[in-house]
Design a protein around this ligand. Structure first.
Ligand code: ADP
Length: 451
């Protein structure tokens, strides 16, 4: 069975083949006619010229038209031609009537099968024009063009063209059948996959066997399917993670409230403080989630931001916090460093790293901010002499809700979302973030932004 595309391809190729055949036979016939007529004209003219040469010779011998009239009549009879002699004043001296009298020619002329061919020449004698002679012959072959050998020849040619046409048509049908099958088969496979995917089977993929537009389409489908499947996994995991993150503080709150209402626990400042802290944590979590969602939305990166100014502003905002913990803040910055970015987001991304350095560095530690630019990149390093992280934790710290040491993080009130937000923002800027760390020695975060 042919597909719809198959029918279309077949229809087009049949149309093209038929048109080619019709055009070819038309042009072949036209060319034949042209060639034949040219050939006839040439041979008729040659014949007439020979007759005229004979007349010229006769006149040279006997320079009197009445004197050679008999000869001309004979010539006319022998050559099947009509000879007309016109004097220098344009008067007809005489004409032979051979052609009109001949019964065969008469009938040919009447039947409309024959045509005539006339040649006119001047007859010279003693370097002067003596008369004009018109020789008209019946074009016998012209008559034959449309009935005997020539028609046969033409028919043979046309038959060959028609046979070739039928063969081409057969080939066209065969080729379009094979072609349409080859074209539509992968499309139909893709269609089935797309339908199954649409019905919810996200594991649908198509096999890529060639390297053409259809296989690119298949490849694009596979990529799209993989991305959507990934997103679906992330969506499910997010919901799970969020539910999990919400459950812990909510369970604590409910436990405390139940205990207090059952009067197992006293509703004193300390116990209410726990409830308050957990509520705060919930609010922080919801805010962080909101910010993460914002960081995942496309950013309009079109401000020219001076990174040095941005860092100095952050430092002055957090300086009192650092002073409280007696953490020294060292800056190694150039005078200015412009970068195309989304200023507010970039500030948030760097702020997260800086505040982590503060959070995870014990009293009396040191934090260093180093910025340099080369031709291609701007590199920002924020290092601390804090508690550090194990190599097992490092690969995961940029994942949502990941906390290197949950109990420790809990005490600092972290939600495990800050670095995830930072990574989203940095990557949205076409940059990268990485971290090195050693437990109880410190950590170093490197942000690399393309200029
Ligand atoms: P949090 O809100 O918990 O700080 P983040 O996403 O900002 O969440 O960080 C993820 C985890 O990475 C933290 O819980 C912490 O364990 C670890 N971490 C981040 N920055 C540092 C740092 N400067 N020193 C030590 N550990 C860090």
């Amino acid at each position: 069975m042919l597909s719809r595309v198959g029918w279309k391809i077949t229809a087009y190729s049949v149309l093209v083949t038929t048109l080619t055949i019709v055009l070819a036979s038309f042009m072949i016939n036209q060319a034949l006619d042209r060639q034949f007529i040219a050939y006839l004209a040439e041979s008729e003219n040659e014949r007439n010229q020979q007759i005229i040469a004979t007349i010229q010779a006769l006149y040279r011998e006997t320079p009197s038209w009445p004197g050679i009239r008999e000869d001309l009549e004979v010539l006319s009879l022998v050559t099947n031609s009509q000879i007309r002699i016109i004097d220098v004043n344009g008067n007809l001296l005489f004409e032979t009537f051979q052609m009109r009298r001949g019964p065969r020619h008469q009938s040919m002329m009447e039947a409309g099968n024959a045509s005539t061919y006339t040649t006119e020449e001047k007859i010279f004698f003693d370097n002067a024009v003596r008369a004009r002679v018109q020789v008209t012959t019946v074009s016998q072959r012209m008559g034959r063009l449309h009935n005997t050998q020539d028609i046969l020849f033409r028919q043979t040619i046309n038959n060959s063209v028609i046979q070739a046409g039928f063969l081409s048509l057969l080939f066209a049908l065969l080729i379009s059948y094979i072609l349409s099958n080859r074209l539509t088969k992968p499309l139909l496979t893709l269609l089935t996959s797309v339908r199954n995917f649409g019905r919810g089977d996200l594991s649908q993929r198509v096999l890529i066997t060639s390297n053409d537009e259809i296989s690119w389409l298949n490849q694009a489908f596979n990529e799209m399917a993989a991305n959507l499947q990934n997103l679906e996994v992330i969506r499910k995991k997010s919901t799970d993670d969020v539910a999990h993150e919400l459950r812990t503080p909510l369970t604590t709150i409910r436990g405390y409230l139940e205990a207090m209402s059952d009067e197992v626990l006293e509703a004193n400042k300390e116990n209410l403080g726990v409830v308050y802290d957990e509520t705060e944590r919930l609010i922080q979590l919801v805010n962080d989630l909101h910010e993460l969602a914002q960081a995942q939305a496309p950013l309009r990166i079109k401000e020219d931001v001076d990174m040095v100014k941005l860092i100095r502003a952050l430092v002055s905002r957090f300086r009192s916090l650092f002073q409280e913990k007696q953490i020294s803040l060292d800056l190694e910055l150039p005078t200015s460093a412009l970068i195309r970015s989304h200023g507010r987001s970039l500030e948030r991304a760097i702020g997260n790293v800086l505040i982590n350095a503060w959070k995870y560095t014990p009293k009396g530690g040191a934090v260093n901010i180093y910025l340099e630019s080369n031709q291609e990149y701007m590199i920002l390093k924020i290092s601390d002499t804090g508690i550090g992280m194990s190599v097992d934790d490092l690969p995961f710290i940029f994942e949502r809700f990941y906390r290197a040491d949950i109990s420790r993080s809990r005490s600092t009130g972290g939600t495990g979302i800050g670095l995830a937000i930072t990574r989203e923002i940095i990557e949205a800027h076409g940059g990268q973030i990485s971290a090195k760390s050693e437990i109880n020695v410190g950590s170093e975060f490197t942000i690399r932004l393309k200029l």
